[in-house]
Design a protein around this ligand. Structure first.
Ligand SMILES: [Zn+2]
Length: 412
């Protein structure tokens, strides 16, 4: 199972159609949530799934037929059916402790909706067009290299771009001839088979100064244009600090120039996120192709985020995303991703003699061993490289196989 996500090429009419549908999905979700909450507080004992089923009947047979809700009949019925399924799933995830309690959706959360074809699987043909059931045929920015079979299509918007995504019920060929990337692209990247030697292992130290240091001595830096874009963004925000942004409660309308500014701001934010995604995908794919056993540190990211000086740098770099990508790509590339315990002294220990040195500051860029008979006492080592070696050679009781992370709740 993997996912395809491609940008749609829409005209203004189609954009409006997409926006209307996502508004519809949001309306139905909130409608269902409000009634479910009402039933729960009234002490109704039936299961949430049953309640939602009943609410759906009320919606179809009564609410949808009201004259003020005439607009709903112009839109796809598959969208509202899916919104109820989404709500039921949100409650299920909450019951399992995988996510927090369902909350009302707001326009600010962005636009997205899903078309679910209850009649069965649909064929998406290869080429530059996609036919979405009950919604219509749309042009694609990039052609599909082959035909896909799916039952759900999710449309989502980022800044001014709309995307369609769906899961493909198939396994990817392990040596990477299919498009490798599960969240971003359907590009036909002709991948050669992975070139790693199965014994090859690597330790990776993540850092702020240099994004990651590999135990084979290579260092990967986060792209500079990304930093530049952030500075520009901050400047634009400061220059436009007095723009009249709307406030519905006070009856203040957003000025045209403010609207323009916020649209351009969204585009800039989107650009930064594309750059980051691109960088992370390239890095994790490269590493997954080269090495078989990949060892990374179990980062105490929430602890690091508490340090305000580091926090913006870390959350920008996307360490979590880096790890997540390494883990999900491991299935595809056949790699083994291992996490080294947070308490393992990877940055304090000498990788040559094992001597521990407690006064390592974050500002020390080099590691010097305190043990006078050690080689690392005379020749200083790069601090991150030392840590990467230590991660590579960590004793087995500190190492565990990385699991895809699902829990959101226990982090709080
Ligand atoms: Zn030493």
């Amino acid at each position: 199972m993997y996912a395809i996500k491609v940008e749609l090429k829409l005209n203004n009419k189609e954009r409006t159609l997409m926006r209307r549908h996502s508004g519809y999905a949001r309306f139905v979700y909130n409608y269902g949530l409000a009634l479910t909450q009402g039933l729960r507080s009234a002490g109704v004992k039936a299961s949430v799934a049953k309640q939602i089923n009943e609410i759906k009947k009320v919606f179809t047979n009564y609410t949808k037929k009201q004259p003020e809700n005439q607009w709903m009949n112009e839109l796809s019925s598959k969208v509202y059916q899916r919104a109820f399924i989404d709500l039921a799933q949100a409650y299920q995830r909450w019951a399992k402790g995988l996510s927090s309690k369902p909350v009302f959706k707001s326009k600010k959360d962005g636009d997205s909706f899903t078309v679910y074809d209850g009649n069965g699987k649909v064929l998406a043909l290869s080429g530059k067009k996609i036919k979405i059931p009950t919604l219509g045929t749309f042009r694609l920015k990039e052609a599909f290299p082959c035909c896909y079979v799916t039952q759900t299509f999710t449309m989502s918007r980022q800044a001014n771009k709309w995307y369609v995504s769906f899961a493909v019920d198939a396994d990817r060929i392990p040596n990477g001839r299919a498009s490798f990337d599960s969240t971003e692209t359907a590009r036909t990247r002709t991948c050669s088979p992975p070139t790693y030697h199965p014994e090859e292992a690597v330790g990776i130290d993540l850092g702020v100064k240099c994004f990651c240091t590999l135990s084979d001595g290579s260092q990967i830096k986060a792209p500079k244009p990304y930093k530049k874009a952030k500075t520009k963004l901050a400047l634009a925000q400061w220059r436009n600090r007095n723009k009249q942004s709307g406030n519905r409660r006070q009856g203040v309308k957003q000025s045209n120039r403010a609207k323009k500014f916020y649209d351009s701001l969204a585009k800039k934010h989107a650009r930064i996120s594309y750059q980051r995604q691109d960088f992370l995908h390239k890095t994790t794919t490269d590493i997954s192709r080269k090495f078989y056993r990949i060892r990374i540190e179990d980062l105490n990211v929430s602890g690091m985020l508490a340090n305000s000086k580091l926090s913006s740098a870390i959350s920008d770099l996307g360490f979590y995303e880096f790890r997540r990508q390494l883990i999900y790509k491991s299935e595809f590339f056949g790699t083994k991703v291992e996490v080294v315990d947070r308490w393992y002294p990877s940055s304090k220990m000498c990788s040559l003699c094992g001597n521990k040195h407690d006064n390592v500051k974050l500002s020390d860029r080099v590691y010097q061993c305190q043990n006078k008979s050690c080689l690392a006492h005379t020749i200083t080592m790069d601090r991150d490289l030392n840590a990467a070696y230590n991660l590579l050679n960590a004793p087995l009781d500190y190492v565990r196989l990385a699991q895809p992370e699902v829990t959101l709740v226990d982090k709080k």
